[in-house]
Write a protein that binds this ligand. Structure first.
Ligand SMILES: Nc1ncnc2c1ncn2[C@@H]1O[C@H](COP(=O)(O)OP(=O)(O)OP(=O)(O)O)[C@@H](O)[C@H]1O
Ligand SMILES: [Mg+2]
Length: 261
């Protein structure tokens, strides 16, 4: 299982929209996907129709519950989910309080039994830093920052980078941002693009605009992916380009080849 996390300290940059459509893209090509919702808002859980009475990521973090007991099937044959809801707030607090146990690798241990069942795991992160995020960072093979082409969102990546540096020091890890995907990109944003490119690898950009907003409103409100709502839209093509690059990175890592960025 290759685990990809979409993340930024900044909110509203498109983490969830990118996560759910990319999950559907990979699932459509026959890959088995596990989605992990690390956000107490539970947006991606609701979108995938997770049963609100079921166990959640909070149960994993609180009791070390095995992931196999928490995973729910979704309406998509190839997509399962570890959902989250507001109970994650209390779980974060309880785990932080109990200093007698390791706090960072609870999810890692819980996923051991299921990682052979999936090709790809996609983690949708909240716009903050806490125990659920730390646990998710520990299982990510690729930490992918999603950003809008503006300085506030970019600051969110720098804040994330500082968080990773702190964890690297404290826990002797080597976490780093694998690349950045710029969401709602327009050609007016070339300065920001160049600034990001000077520090990070850049994945194919994803367009914004009124048309895309219209399609995404339908995606979110009708609980259908962009590939069901409008497979020929520019947004669907951009998600495909992003997914293809991810697939290229995964393939290159497996074969020891260099990726051309
Ligand atoms: N490429 C895009 N073009 C236009 N609108 C977009 C685009 N991507 C996302 N949006 C819109 O931006 C809003 C925020 O998107 P989304 O919920 O995916 O962000 P997020 O980073 O997950 O937010 P949060 O930090 O609250 O979890 C939504 O209304 C979504 O429809
Ligand atoms: Mg979100």
């Amino acid at each position: 299982m290759r685990t990809i996390g979409l993340i930024n300290w900044k909110g509203g940059v498109g983490k969830t929209s990118t996560a759910l459509n990319t999950a559907c893209l990979f699932a459509n090509s026959g890959l088995k996907i596990l989605v992990v919702d690390a956000d107490k808002q539970g947006n991606i859980s609701t979108w995938f129709g997770a049963d609100p009475s079921g166990l959640t990521l909070a149960d994993i973090l609180l009791d070390g519950t095995d992931a196999s007991e928490v995973i729910q099937h979704t309406r998509y044959e190839n997509i399962d989910i570890i959902p989250s809801d507001a109970s994650l707030i209390q779980a974060n607090y309880e785990v932080l309080k109990d200093k007698s146990k390791a706090q960072h690798d609870i999810l890692k241990r819980s996923l051991e039994s299921v990682k052979g069942n999936y090709h790809i795991c996609i983690i949708d992160n909240p716009p903050d830093s806490n125990i659920p995020v730390l646990n998710c960072l520990l299982v990510m093979d690729d930490i992918i920052a999603v950003t809008l082409p503006n300085r506030f969102s970019l600051a969110g990546i720098h804040q994330l980078q500082m968080e990773l540096n702190n964890y690297n020091q404290a826990l002797h890890l080597s976490l780093k941002v694998r690349g950045v995907v710029i969401n709602q990109y327009t050609t007016e944003c070339t300065d920001i693009f160049n600034e990001i490119a000077s520090k990070y690898k850049i994945f194919p950009t994803i367009r914004g605009g009124r048309n895309t907003q219209k399609w995404l409103d339908r995606v979110i409100n009708n609980q259908k992916s962009i590939f069901e709502v409008c497979p020929n839209s520019g947004y669907a093509r951009d998600i495909k380009r992003f997914g293809n690059k991810l697939a290229e990175v995964i393939e290159a890592d497996a074969t020891g080849q260099e990726v051309l960025w």
